[in-house]
Design a protein around this ligand. Structure first.
Ligand code: NAD
Ligand code: MLT
Length: 308
């Protein structure tokens, strides 16, 4: 059996697969190159870089499984794969703590202007007055999407004495209560929260869940965070709100188009950005690589998959 790994994968996952199969690691392939190559392979292992398009699936005559070393499967044409009987698996747990920690890091960096202050001092300037921050203690954090990562963010923010508002149509009052979260609506979060963070998948319901109408409702000291998927917060509306001084800042890890060099808010001073680093820790990358390797080994040996 042959496995193609088309994005960089932690060595622990690669060697696990090599114990069982013939493994080809080829990263940075264009769609045409992948279409030509995929025909020989029984499994494809990817991260977020590879786009598994309908054309790729149609060309994949031997493919049995696509393994996504991470959470989001939005770079895979699931309908085309399902139609062809190809199993799609992800690694839903391996990077959740890293993504939650990155969210907290972004919130604190934004609250204390750390990236801007760092850049200023390295430019040999001593500008203490320009970087007055805010405490998070006693502030309200709105969490939109209370799944694995949202719940971990809420827990960590409670450790810093923040009050948590939450919105998630699939979470019961009972579950929210056990998490110490007050369930409410997106608009109520927009009106009341000092910090708002989104942790949903990108779907037609969540696209632009924070839009111009919500920015209009926010307090002037509100700050928003997106470490989930580009497009959950409307990028144009965010840029307009920041330029008009309607909100105090934004911390963004993910973008509708990556790399986001044409993104409308990338150059605004009170926005801090990272290049989709939520899962970029040594621990998370080993976890997701091993998890996906185990799934591929099971399926290609005639067994079942856990995370379909
Ligand atoms: P999850 O499936 O555990 O949780 C998602 C939550 O969103 C669920 O509780 C679900 O009920 C909720 N939800 C669905 N539709 C909703 C809606 N319309 N309104 C409000 N809530 C809704 O997923 P997760 O592992 O917590 O991941 C969350 C997001 O983070 C995903 O988009 C994932 O791709 C992304 N992610 C990003 C990074 C990164 O590198 N920045 C790393 C890991 C995950
Ligand atoms: C994910 O969905 O797991 C993240 O976006 C992280 C990644 O793709 O590496």
């Amino acid at each position: 059996m042959k496995v193609l790994i088309s994005d960089s994968l932690s060595e622990e996952g690669v060697s696990k697969l090599q114990e069982h199969f013939d493994v080809d690691v080829s990263t940075g392939l264009s769609e045409d190159e992948l279409v030509e190559k995929i025909v020989d392979f029984d499994a494809l292992v990817i991260r977020s870089g590879t786009q598994v398009t309908k054309r790729v699936i149609e060309a994949a005559d031997n493919l049995k499984i696509v393994g996504r070393a991470g959470v989001g499967v939005d770079n895979i044409n699931i309908d085309a794969a399902t139609e062809k009987g190809i199993i799609v698996v992800n690694a839903p747990e391996g990077n959740m703590l890293s993504a939650a920690e990155h969210t907290i890091a972004m919130m604190m960096s934004m609250a204390r202007n750390i990236p801007q202050a760092n850049a200023s001092l390295k430019a040999k300037k001593w500008e203490r007055k320009n970087f007055m921050g805010v405490e998070v203690n006693g502030k309200t954090l709105g969490v939109i999407g209370l799944g694995r990562i949202g719940a971990e963010v809420a827990k960590r923010a409670q450790g810093m004495e923040m009050d948590i508002l939450g919105y998630d149509p699939f979470v019961t009052e009972e579950r929210a209560k056990s998490m110490g979260v007050e369930l409410t609506t997106v608009d109520d979060i927009a009106k009341r929260a000092d910090f708002i963070t989104v942790h949903t998948p990108l779907t037609k319901e969540t696209r632009n869940i924070l839009d111009a109408a919500q920015f209009d409702m926010m307090k002037g000291n509100a700050r928003v965070i997106n470490c989930a998927r580009g497009g959950i917060i409307n990028e144009e509306a965010l840029a307009d709100a920041l330029k008009a001084g309607k909100i105090a800042g934004a911390a963004i890890d993910v973008f509708t188009s990556e790399p986001p060099f044409d993104c409308p808010f990338i150059d605004i001073d009170n926005v801090i950005v990272t290049p989709h680093l939520g899962a970029s820790t040594e621990e998370a990358q080993v976890n997701v690589a091993v998890s996906v390797a185990e799934e591929v080994i099971s399926v290609l040996n005639g067994g079942s998959a856990r995370n379909t």
